[in-house]
Design a protein around this ligand. Structure first.
Ligand code: GLU
Length: 428
């Protein structure tokens, strides 16, 4: 039986968790309001000439949620489903994510309502350049630093850097992260989010004293994040029994050969459609399989209060941003499912973005092992502090992560505003 999924507003999901953590911290109303609302919300409208000579209009957003800890940081999403409250939630999650990992950034997010699969490279370049031009005064290495998200990648980031540089009369590498290596990108950035998800998954298994070897995993989503997560976990000896993408889902109880699937995907126009070496299953089934680990790596709000009770996994690792809506939290908790929250689980991307930004700012280029060692160190420390607060305060790891983030941002916000006595916040 398939359950109808009623989409919850992602911003409301963010606020629900925020309020639980803010109550536990006894956060004052004024600072609560300040931290819930974005600092800036920009809507841009622009048009480009398509390859067929016709003109098309686009609407785009850039939302700067908070800059108390540093320049705002966050990706740009190209998707038909982009809407203001989604971008607002994603921007806030970037603030909390940077705070949890201790990197000196605030949070932002951008988006353009479009279907990138329907546009040629030329059109995508025009769209990216027009969006950048409209936001040339907002972006900047010390102000607001974009990065890739769903539907964007190194090409878009390169065009953005170029257009921003043209507007400012000099090459500014550090204005954006996730660029190609030849445009000042960092080693390891492409696979960073998936690498981080795999590091966090192994830490979560260790926490529950489950051996990685033969641990079964289902991964929803086979984009940049899902694909690299699958590959790293496969390499660590986990059994990836199911994967899905927008075109469908596949299952093999013995484990899918991920390198082989990636080869197929690359030869098949970046899709797993038509793969014959595993059994086709209903796409929504992937969420309720009897596996050890479930990794939603697609979009927000896929696990809601309607389908949460059907989850059989012991662990959910939120590789996507906001895949579990707040309405599902209590059900999962009651059923003893360990949920490792997005703002910790997928922080590998922004962490290596920080490394890229640093390398650009210092004119350095780091080696792969330096990047991997630092990434592993930061994520392990973040994981440990989240789980320590969760144990101490008897809350879920998600609420613990919010507590850590809110506390850091609130203290810095108040120091910035010079209005409130920050000493009243007890450290955990
Ligand atoms: N879009 C990614 C995220 O949601 C990366 C952001 C960044 O690197 O700034 O975390």
């Amino acid at each position: 039986m398939s359950v109808e999924i009623i989409k919850q507003d992602p911003f409301q999901s963010m606020i629900d968790r925020f309020n639980i953590a803010a109550d536990l911290l006894d956060l004052e109303e004024s600072i609560r309001e300040k931290l819930q609302r974005p600092e800036k919300q920009i809507v841009v409208n622009f048009s480009i000439v398509l390859d067929n000579g016709k003109r098309q209009n686009f609407e785009g957003y850039r939302i700067i949620h908070n800059t108390a800890l540093g320049p705002s940081k966050g990706g740009i999403r190209y998707d038909t489903g982009v809407h203001l409250n989604e971008v607002k939630a994603l921007a806030a999650w970037m603030t909390w994510k940077s705070a949890v990992t201790g990197i000196p950034f605030g949070g932002a997010k951008g988006g353009i309502i479009c279907d990138p699969s329907l546009h040629s490279k030329t059109e995508l370049e025009k769209i990216t350049r027009a969006y950048t031009k409209a936001l040339a005064d907002i972006f900047g290495p010390e102000k607001d630093v974009p990065a890739p998200d769903m539907g964007t990648g190194p090409d878009e980031m390169g065009w953005l850097m170029d257009e921003f540089s043209l507007a400012h009369g000099k090459t500014v590498h550090a204005v954006v992260t996730g660029k190609h290596l030849h445009s000042g990108g960092s080693l390891g950035r492409v696979e960073a989010t998936g690498k981080g998800v795999s590091i966090i998954t192994l830490l979560a298994l260790k926490h529950l004293k489950i051996r990685p070897y033969k641990t079964t995993v289902a991964i929803q989503g086979f984009g940049n994040v899902g694909l690299h997560t699958a590959l790293f976990l496969y390499q660590k000896g986990l059994t990836i029994v199911a994967v899905s993408d927008i075109s469908g889902a596949f299952y093999d109880a013995e484990g899918i050969n991920i390198p082989e699937l990636i080869l197929y995907y690359n030869l098949n126009n970046k899709s797993i459609k038509g793969y014959t070496k595993a059994t086709v299953i209903e796409p929504e089934k992937i969420l309720s399989l009897a596996v050890d680990v479930l990794i939603p790596a697609a979009k927000e709000d896929v696990i809601t209060k309607e389908n949460a009770a059907a989850i059989q996994a012991k662990i959910i690792i939120e590789a996507a941003n906001g895949p579990v809506s707040s309405g599902a939290d209590a059900i999962l908790h009651q059923n003893n499912v360990l949920v490792v929250p997005d703002i910790l689980a997928n922080a590998g991307g922004v962490t290596v973005s920080y490394f890229e930004w640093l390398q650009n700012s210092l004119s350095e280029s780091w080696r792969m092992h330096q990047i991997n060692t630092r990434l592993e160190h930061i994520l392990t420390k973040s994981f440990e502090s989240v789980f320590a607060v969760a144990a101490k305060r008897q809350v879920t790891p998600r609420i613990a992560a919010y507590i850590i983030a809110l506390q850091k941002v609130a203290i810095n916000q108040e120091v910035n505003d010079v209005t409130i006595d920050s000493s009243k916040y007890k450290l955990n």
